[in-house]
Write a new protein. Structure first.
Length: 87
């Protein structure tokens, strides 16, 4: 019995990661083996490194390599700046 798998690409079929690009969740999912939804939820919970472009999370080649290697750590959070009211 032969089963055809459609729409799944092997990692060897993917082009190499480029250090000058940011990848969407769908693109990063191809390289990591995680679902795009998992990547979005993990980024929203600050469990993996990512960068926001507007309100959308993006991943650099190094972020993707760290996720695959299992070394992705929680990103450092900057403290929010508060406005000082004029007296």
């Amino acid at each position: 019995m032969t089963t055809a798998v459609i729409g799944i690409r092997q990692k060897s079929d993917l082009p190499p990661l480029r250090d000058d690009c940011l990848y969407t969740a769908d693109e990063a999912a191809l390289y990591t083996g995680m679902s795009a939804n998992w990547l979005k939820r993990a980024a929203a919970a600050d469990r993996i490194q990512h960068t926001y472009v507007g309100r959308f999370p993006r991943w650099s080649a190094q972020h993707i390599r760290d996720i695959v290697a299992g070394t992705s750590h929680r990103p450092h959070r900057r403290e929010r700046m508060t406005r000082k009211r004029a007296a």
